[in-house]
Design a protein. Structure first.
Length: 333
């Protein structure tokens, strides 16, 4: 059985920041492994996690994910070191290259050389979180020498939200873990093997990598009601661009139809466009017993932590119930 984490519902789920903090406290009290804060065009992920660090005691806190375009590598390192101090060593730095619509349309930057930028960012972040002098001469960044004045211990794990084959290879070579989303269960094991093999080829211990997939999750005594929640989340995520990723796994035209219908405002039709196979391959839902069994399959296939993504249409009571169920499932191992 893997450890269990939670993607914190936030403004995309129509809840306030104060409510997001309440969810984090509940996850901490329920004994979950980690909570993760998304960041796109809403609240600042690092600032929110700083508040989470102050109202929790044991749960690990993760950026999910911090873009290597929206912050400089040194600022990412400074942010990680700061969160590490505020949380007493509970920080996980989830990194990603984001996407052209966010990088270019929201941040006004060119989406160029993403993998090289990511690799150099990881190397610079490691120098920054180690403290002392930062000095880096790369193809994308030329930094320093300068001194990091905040006390840092260099022990902030970096997880890469890699999608492509090349990026998964980079994960094994440079990162401390893999933070994937929307990987079909039938492909998950082989992708985990690829990431660990890349680490082995780079002279690293593949067992040191933390594999932590994000998985749409709903728990309910009524399995149909739970399935409806994950179908909605899939439809919304297809509309946010993940249709292009999952198209590579042979789901036919369902991802694109869900994308188009959701974007056109026809959300019911978008949910209907999600195929049964997409639900089976990309989500976990049902009773506590059902969900426990599905999480065990992820563990069997190489996951160390499964990070549950609640539906963005779930009510506060449903999210609270999910957190409690995750705690119960985690306790049963």
């Amino acid at each position: 059985m893997p450890k269990l984490g939670l993607v914190l519902p936030d403004e995309f789920s129509h809840v306030s920041l104060n409510r997001t903090l309440e969810f984090a406290k509940r996850a901490d009290e329920s004994g979950l492994h980690s909570v993760w804060k998304q960041e796109a065009s809403g609240s600042n992920g690092v600032a929110t996690l700083a508040a989470v660090a102050q109202c929790t005691t044991d749960v690990q806190i993760g950026t999910g994910v911090a873009s290597v375009y929206s912050r400089s590598p040194t600022l990412l390192g400074m942010s990680a070191a700061t969160l590490q101090q505020l949380s007493n060593g509970r920080t996980l730095l989830g990194l990603g290259v984001s996407s052209p619509p966010i990088v270019e349309g929201w941040h006004g930057m060119a989406f160029d050389r993403p993998l090289r930028r990511l690799r150099e960012a990881i190397e610079i972040i490691r120098q920054t979180t180690a403290g002392g002098t930062v000095d880096y001469d790369g193809e994308v960044f030329d930094i320093g020498p300068y001194n990091m004045t905040l006390e840092a211990d260099g022990n902030v794990p970096i997880l890469n939200a890699a999608i492509s084959d090349a990026n998964r290879s980079l994960t094994g070579e440079y990162a401390d873990g893999w933070l994937p989303a929307f990987i079909p269960q039938s492909s998950f094991s082989s992708h985990v093997s690829d990431v660990r093999e890349s680490a082995r080829n780079a002279g690293r211990d593949p067992d040191d990598l933390l594999v932590a997939p994000w998985v749409p999750t709903a728990v309910d005594d009524d399995p149909d009601r739970a399935e409806r929640r994950v179908r909605y989340l899939l439809a919304q995520e297809m509309a946010m661009g993940y249709n292009e990723q999952v198209n590579e796994y042979g789901f036919g035209d369902a991802p694109d139809r869900a994308h188009d219908r959701f974007r056109d405002g026809n959300r019911d039709a978008a949910v209907e466009a999600i195929s049964d196979r997409m639900v089976t391959e990309l989500t976990v839902s049902g009773t506590e017993s059902d969900v426990r069994d599905q999480f065990r399959r992820y563990s069997r296939d190489g996951a160390d932590v499964v990070i549950a993504m609640p539906s963005m249409e779930a009510s506060v009571a449903e999210i609270e119930s999910l957190i409690d169920s995750l705690g119960t499932i985690a306790d049963s191992t």
